[in-house]
Ligand binder design. Structure first.
Ligand SMILES: [Zn+2]
Length: 438
């Protein structure tokens, strides 16, 4: 479809035009516009509406190469975004492929290209883009039929309606994209999100990613030269500080910058980490088949589910295994240490056998933090004998277990969250009895 606005200041005429060779679609558009109360004129494959307000609204979207979808539209609900994309594709989309299931849209606007990809993500389908034709290529206008020369690069956005949970799209290989290590000068983000699944887009290829922790990063020698930081998600206040960087230096920008650049181990003491195993895609597996596999086991099975015989959904650790040039457990010489912590409220909740959002847990949490100054102080610094003399024994034991890393970890897989348990289910019940005294 082609749309444009015209204005004739002398005559005070402002028109919005729409051209399409599909008469059925034009008919539908005409009906829709009439429904909004506009007077619609139609001639051959062009419909025209004379309206100053609509003219002004649409004028902001500029020429083809700077078209975009405004923020207020992009933040509509999934339902409305689906309608938007459906109509966008009716006008500007292409159906292709042997089975007529391929769906794509062409645009010369980088802004619009990215907006379409964003909308696809929001309605739960994948999209990637490729260069369609370079600036200067000839093209035929669907409206006038004349041949023009392209004023800029043109992109084609492909929509993949079937959304499988793979972390790395296999389509990358199919379309001859190659992977390689490149120097990157852009910004690097350390992020955490509630469901631990992160959508990353680079050169048009969207990839689902997950969190890693230092031992995972240490397996890749290329990362040795970097000081890796660990930052919190702050989607809810109590999550702030769940991940952190511990420095022993002057707290100012220049000093911290120096410490990070020099990877100064005397000043950058350690990072506080969350367990990446809790992520929904840490191990490989099949949720429905109840198959949870370490990447090494996946390899033994040839990537195939031993229950249903279909390819396994690969997780973050599998990708690490693929990229790694060192064995699991390797610790580089100049590495910065780390501590994996479990939030105090979760330790209390598990010790008490209660929900972590319960009032009783919150009360105890606030009491302990008041007593010991901060959650970090209690989890990291307070001496063990002090813990046992001043805390309910099971909570003290829980903190000790977290410090020693003696936890039962069931890594997440195929969309299932991982589970971290501090206490063995089978552990002796007398401790629970003891706890009720407090
Ligand atoms: Zn299976």
């Amino acid at each position: 479809a082609e749309g444009w606005v015209t204005q004739d200041n002398k005559r005070g005429s402002y028109a919005v035009c729409l051209a399409n060779n599909n008469q059925d679609l034009l008919e539908e558009m005409q009906k829709l516009l009439k429904g909004f109360g506009y007077q619609v004129y139609r001639r051959k494959n062009v419909i025209r509406v004379r309206d100053y307000q609509l003219f002004c609204y649409l004028k902001q979207f500029g020429k083809c190469s700077d078209k975009f979808i405004p923020k207020e539209i992009k933040s509509l609900s999934k339902k409305y975004l689906e309608i938007l994309l459906r109509y966008y594709l009716k006008g500007d989309g292409h159906i292709h492929g042997r089975t007529q299931k391929g769906l794509s849209a062409t645009t010369s606007s980088i802004h619009l290209r990215d907006d379409l990809q964003e909308i696809a993500l929001k309605i739960g389908i994948s999209a990637y883009y490729k260069m369609h034709s370079k600036k200067g290529s000839p093209f035929r206008s669907p409206c006038t039929g004349k041949i023009y020369s392209q004023r800029g690069d043109v992109w084609v956005v492909y929509f993949i309606r079937q959304n499988n949970h793979t972390i790395m799209p296999s389509t990358i290989k199919k379309f001859n994209y190659t992977e390689s290590w490149v120097d990157y000068k852009g910004k690097v983000y350390c992020i955490s999100v509630p469901n631990r699944v992160i959508y990353v887009r680079r050169n048009g290829i969207p990839v689902w990613c997950g969190n890693s922790d230092p031992p995972m990063n240490w397996r890749l020698s290329k990362l040795d030269k970097f000081s890796l930081v660990s930052n919190s998600d702050s989607h809810s206040p109590q999550r702030i500080g769940r991940e952190a960087n511990v420095f022993d230096c002057e707290v100012n920008y220049w000093e911290i910058k120096r410490v990070l650049e020099a990877k100064d181990k005397d000043k950058f003491l350690y990072t506080v980490e969350f367990f990446p195993q809790e992520g929904k895609y840490h191990y490989d597996g099949h949720r429905n088949c109840k198959v949870r596999l370490h990447p090494k086991e996946t390899k033994k099975h040839g990537g195939i589910c031993p229950v249903c015989g279909r390819p396994l959904t690969r997780g973050v650790l599998n990708r690490v295994e693929e990229l790694a040039d060192r064995e699991e457990g390797f610790v580089p010489q100049n590495s910065i240490g780390y501590k994996s912590l479990v939030p105090l409220s979760e330790i209390i909740a598990e010790a008490r056998g209660m929900d972590r959002s319960s009032k009783a847990v919150e009360k105890e949490y606030v009491k302990l933090v008041r007593e010991f100054g901060s959650e970090f102080n209690l989890l990291v610094n307070v001496e063990e004998n002090q813990l046992f003399s001043q805390l309910p024994p099971k909570i003290a034991e829980g903190i000790k277990k977290v410090r020693e890393g003696k936890l039962n970890i069931l890594p997440g897989f195929d969309g299932e969250y991982g589970v971290i348990k501090i206490f063995d289910q089978t552990e002796d019940k007398s401790k629970d009895a003891q706890l009720t005294l407090f």
